[in-house]
Write a protein that binds this ligand. Sequence first.
Ligand code: SF4
Ligand code: SF4
Length: 259
Amino acid sequence: MDKNTAIVADIQRASLHDGPGIRTTVFFKGCPLSCAWCHNPECIEKAPQTLFYPEKCIGCGLCEKGCYAGARVICGKEMTAEEIFDEILLDKASYAGGGGVTFSGGEPLLYPEILKELIALCKKEGIHTAIETSLFIYNPEILGSVDLVMADFKLWDREKHHKYIGVYNDKIKPHFIMLDLLSVPFIVRTPIIPGINDNPEEISKIRDFIKDFKNILGYELLPYHPLGESKREALGLSLNEFKIPNRAKMEELKKYADL
Ligand code: SF4
Ligand code: SF4
């Protein structure tokens, strides 16, 4: 793989959850973090991987020719910016109501050359661009050229951050300050994981840190959802036992997230 290609896990059309309006979301493969609750565990490794769903296997023995039953799925396709953009363009009509394209993953900032090209192509076509990032990587050229940044601030506590996410958050905190200097609108999001960060102290500390930023549009709390667990199983990874936070807990925490 060279810097002119990226490994793409999936291109999801008509998404309503990855930014404003109807969006096409490009999921890039590869992430320097390893959140225990990751909803896209197939996007952590950069290299293509095989997911196996035994309940779909009909035992035909034709695996080498490709699985038509959907039991063995290869995740990860090497694509150029032009190839990705061709896919984005197919949905252009659906962006009319304020939608656009979202670069997600994994960590899209692992592919700066591809993003640079894609953003330029989107701008030419008048397509709104957004990026979802953990801000572990800071790239002012890319972050400063999209229309919207959605950045996750997952945990304030440094040791817990290391324990559950695989890295300390020492770099991430200053990256938020640097992001605010770029004059690009951004949204901060925290996934709420019961037993890990579902407490007022955690949320208040993040809120206090971000509340005076000039370009922040909002602070959102996202309830954990076990979407990634079936994919973890299909990848042969151990399963987690995180619970979905209840509505009362989310309502309580929202009070501490008010900017
Ligand atoms: S091709 Fe698919 S359905 Fe057939 S044996 Fe292989 S995994 Fe099972
Ligand atoms: S930053 Fe996102 S993609 Fe990376 S491990 Fe965490 S949840 Fe998964």
